[in-house]
Design a protein around this ligand. Structure first.
Ligand code: NAD
Ligand code: MG
Length: 395
């Protein structure tokens, strides 16, 4: 029996994870569920899965959840320390890290330091502190399995055992390129000059995936792919030049690995996050996920294009941050989180997102990232700087 904590249980990934777990009650038990706000939804999940512990963001939310769960054995807690504890305590084997944004870093890192099996959806944690996170995984013999569909596909297309060997070297394994596919999001074909005026709802209407609002906006700007390039760098030890982004609007191929002998290995499937979740949960075995089998005969043509960096400046900003190294990706991530939230709150326009990030990257100096404290300090500076630029734009 694998005992599992789901960080971010009320989100899109959290719900898909619960769906897969419910199909295999004899193999998995839920130890803890966490959520920030949506207390009613968390209460529903607690009634269904009966975790030992549940964690929410505030004392008020905890009080409300405790009332809703009166009579159940679930212990209700709140705050970051409790999140870290349910991610690292002895009773847990596996942690699904599915909190969105920088808020997920501390608990994901706690799981790494405790040597857990970590199913990583929260790409922002790795973007912010890639070296420190990977060091913690290695030093504590944690297991890190990618949930992001592209990275899960790359993992499946690499030689078996590649990612579990700590001295990873894709070139030594004969890898010529990691081909990271991208749908291009809802604005792939839209006239560039009309992008200034798009609304949050338009930006969140992804053609192939149903996801949380932050990652949906990231997909529309292609910052999501930029964050994924950085994520791939850390997960697979791949330099920036080994990673190529390929636009593939159908999202049937979830990414590929091209080898020096001319072979290209790919993972295909219907676009449904339950596939990578089930893969990582059961790895190295396979379990049913509830995702219908791919019917190749029903598929229209598969298309592939080079990305247009002029249409998607966020993608170029992310490559720049990866090449700059140190705290630059943490600055990029923090500026993006603030800008996206401000766009969702209708304070700035869609194209202001990349403008704010570019200005923060110019204004806030980056340097080495020797500790989590240093990374968090740069994260705070970038957020403050982004808020300043947003205030200027609104004037
Ligand atoms: P979501 O917005 O649907 O859910 C986010 C979850 O995090 C919720 O449970 C919420 O309660 C919790 N949360 C939010 N802020 C928090 C805070 N400050 N403290 C503690 N908990 C907090 O997001 P999602 O789409 O499920 O994405 C989650 C993560 O997975 C993101 O990092 C995203 O990039 C990544 N991801 C998502 C998908 C997808 O298909 N949804 C695919 C690949 C990667
Ligand atoms: Mg992805």
């Amino acid at each position: 029996m694998q005992r599992i904590t789901i960080l971010g249980a009320t989100g899109s990934i959290g719900a898909s994870t619960l769906d897969v777990l419910a199909r295999h009650p004899e193999q998995y038990s839920v130890y803890a569920l966490t959520a920030h706000g949506r207390v009613e939804e968390l209460a529903d999940a607690c009634r269904r899965f009966k975790p030992a512990r549940a964690v929410v963001g505030t004392p008020e939310a905890a009080q409300r959840l405790a009332q809703l769960l009166a009579g159940l054995p679930t212990v209700v807690e709140h705050g970051e320390q409790a999140l870290c504890d349910v991610a690292s305590c002895l009773e847990v084997d596996t942690v699904m890290a599915a909190i969105v944004g920088a808020a997920g870093l501390a608990p994901a890192l706690a799981a790494a330091r405790a040597g857990k099996k970590i199913l990583l959806a929260n790409k922002e944690a790795l973007v912010m502190s890639g070296q420190l996170f990977m060091d913690a995984v290695r030093e504590n013999r944690a297991t890190l399995l990618p949930i992001d569909s592209e990275h899960n596909a790359i993992f499946q297309s690499l030689p078996q055992g590649f990612a579990s060997e700590y001295a990873r070297d894709p070139q030594a394994a004969g890898v010529a390129k990691i081909l990271l596919t991208a749908s291009g999001g809802p604005f792939l074909m839209r006239a560039v000059e009309t992008l200034e005026a798009v609304t949050p709802d338009e930006a969140c209407k992804h053609p192939n995936w149903v996801m949380g609002r932050k990652i949906s906006v990231d997909s529309a700007t292609m910052m999501n792919k930029g964050l994924e390039v950085i994520e791939a760098h850390w997960l697979f030890g791949a330099p920036a030049d080994l990673i190529e982004v390929v636009i593939h609007p159908q999202s049937v191929i979830h990414s590929m690995v091209s080898y020096v002998d001319g072979s290209v290995l790919a993972q295909l499937g219907n676009p449904d996050m339950r596939t990578p979740i089930a893969h990582a949960l059961a790895f190295p075995e396979r379990i049913a996920s509830g995702v219908p089998q791919l019917d190749l005969t029903q598929m229209a043509a598969l298309q592939f294009y080079q990305p247009d960096f002029g249409r998607f400046p966020c993608l170029a900003l992310a490559f720049d941050a990866l090449r700059a190294g140190g705290t630059a990706p943490a600055l990029l991530n923090a500026a993006n989180e603030v800008a996206v939230q401000s766009f969702l709150d209708r304070e700035i326009g869609f194209r202001d997102i990349d403008r704010v990030i570019a200005r923060v990257m110019d204004a806030v100096p980056h340097g080495p990232a020797p500790s989590i404290e240093a990374v968090l300090a740069q994260d705070a500076r970038a957020r403050e700087s982004a808020r300043g630029f947003i205030a200027q734009l609104r004037r």
